[in-house]
Write a new protein. Sequence first.
Length: 77
Amino acid sequence: MATTNIWQQFKALIPEGIRVVATITANNGNGTSQATLRDGSVITVKGKYVGVGEKAFILDGEVKGKAPNLAIYEVEV
């Protein structure tokens, strides 16, 4: 009878790393881009695949693709 670790199965469902959505503000020309986070801070990320003014998915400091431009709502619970 094989035993399964339920915690390891659960962790496998959750992607590793830090994932954020940011607005690309500049393509630096050296394979990196400037991105503005929702709180207004600016970061430099790897990748230049998303155009200036568009939103991007960023995973561990690297642009992974274009994100949809959706409205943001904050709800206090």
